[in-house]
Design a protein around this ligand. Structure first.
Ligand code: PMP
Length: 396
């Protein structure tokens, strides 16, 4: 069967591949500890579920406006004002089937073949694939552990060329957990000020899951707002990954372009999810705060456990629910059977020998690291790290 060449432009996400492998081993009856999860292990808060049940009973069952219900877009605007001090009008908001879909709309709306897109590493897998699908050219800026995986204004300046059209990043970052402070964002914004043709996608989906109570958006700077596309959604902060709701806030022209794309692909997202989303965005955030407090407790423990593993080098994640240790101390070692040459090998070794699933850093553009998720119970975290420690000790 000859399929479209476009399928060769990008790969299946490595994160999903590992999750699939883990599931296959589990189906064989093997007890796998899953530290590869990219979603909260909590249930959706009750008040949001109730809103969805009511929406079903109230017959919210018809096609929805392509951009999302107006009252939902108003709720998004109110949220952006409340949490981020950002002023938007509903015609600047497009609601989509997950933040992934919002990102796809945004990239496809602004990237022409040959346009350069700067992405700091490590980055969330899908960014690169979307740019490739749009036939743009990815220019990576290598993040370094010495700078807590945040790029400097100088690195940004050096990466910009006359062909640069877009800069794309997440803060809090999946996978590194890096969170840019206001000053750090201002440093980058000053560089963009000199390059008015460059747009920015600011992926803020982990905004609530941060451990320093610091959430800043690059869109807050007056000269950035008209060229920044803010991406957010309900998946992480409200434990609603399966509900599929993301949104973007953008200059009107870009929002219109995204609406046009979405109008031919998916139309408006699920009606019940949209009604529930209004409740999620407008109600007090108590359930979210309780979830984040539990992530914080696990994070503290994970940092202790990692400190006890020889050869792991890491920075404390300020946000999200991942640890991202650099594991290159194990490269070139073997347990007598399997030789470890890179993070892919180590991730596979941990899966097959320690029965712990992790994600190789190369999925995120960093070949030295592993992503270990703490979106799992404390019990499983203890068990997973004990197994990792034991398996690593066998590598000589
Ligand atoms: N951005 C980042 C950085 C993510 O980690 C994820 C989910 N793993 C998404 C966007 C997409 O979220 P969703 O499509 O579930 O809203």
């Amino acid at each position: 069967m000859e399929l479209a060449k476009r399928l060769l432009l990008f790969n299946e996400p490595e994160t999903l591949r590992m999750a699939k492998l883990g599931r296959e081993l589990r189906a064989q009856g093997i007890d796998i500890v899953d530290l590869s999860l990219g979603e909260p292990d909590f249930d959706t808060p009750e008040h949001i579920k109730e809103a969805a049940k009511k929406a079903i009973d109230d017959n919210w069952s018809h096609y929805t406006p392509v951009a999302g219900y107006l009252d939902l877009r108003e709720a998004v605007c109110a949220k952006l004002k409340r949490d981020n001090r950002l002023e938007y009008t509903p015609d600047q908001i497009i609601v989509s089937t997950g933040a992934k879909h919002s990102l796809a709309n945004a990239v496809l709306a602004v990237i022409n073949p040959g346009d350069e897109v700067i992405i700091p590493t490590p980055f969330w897998v899908t960014y690169e694939a979307l740019v490739q699908l749009a036939e743009g050219v990815v220019r990576r800026i290598p993040g370094s552990i010495d700078h807590s995986y945040k790029i400097t204004p100088q690195q940004l300046e050096e990466a910009i060329t006359p062909k640069t059209r877009l800069f794309m990043f997440s803060s809090p970052c999946n996978p590194s957990g890096a969170v840019y402070s206001r000053d750090e964002l201002q440093g980058l914004a000053e560089v963009f000020r000199k390059h008015p043709n460059v747009l920015v996608i600011s992926d803020e989906i982990y905004e609530y899951i941060n451990y320093n109570n610091c959430m800043e958006s690059i869109a807050q700077f007056a000269w950035m707002k008209d060229r920044t596309i803010v991406i957010n959604g309900l998946s992480k902060g409200f434990a609603m990954t399966g509900w599929r709701l993301g949104y973007l806030a953008a200059p009107k022209e870009i929002a219109k372009a995204c609406e046009k794309l979405q109008g031919q692909f998916t139309s408006g997202t699920n009606a019940i999810t949209q009604r529930a989303a209004i409740t999620a965005l407008t109600a007090p955030l108590d359930a979210t705060k309780a979830m984040v407090a539990e992530f914080a407790r696990r994070r503290t423990r994970v940092l202790e456990l990692m400190a006890g593993i020889p050869g792991f080098r890491f920075v404390e994640p300020d946000g999200a629910f991942y640890a991202f240790p650099c594991v290159d101390a194990y490269f070139g070692k073997t347990d007598g059977e399997t030789e470890i040459n890179n993070a892919d090998d180590l991730s596979m070794y941990l899966l097959t020998k320690a029965h712990v699933s992790t994600v190789t850093g190369s999925a995120f553009g960093d070949k030295q690291c592993l992503r270990l998720s703490f979106a799992n119970s404390m019990e499983n975290i203890e068990k997973g790290f004990a197994r990792i420690r034991e398996a690593l000790a066998k590598l000589k």
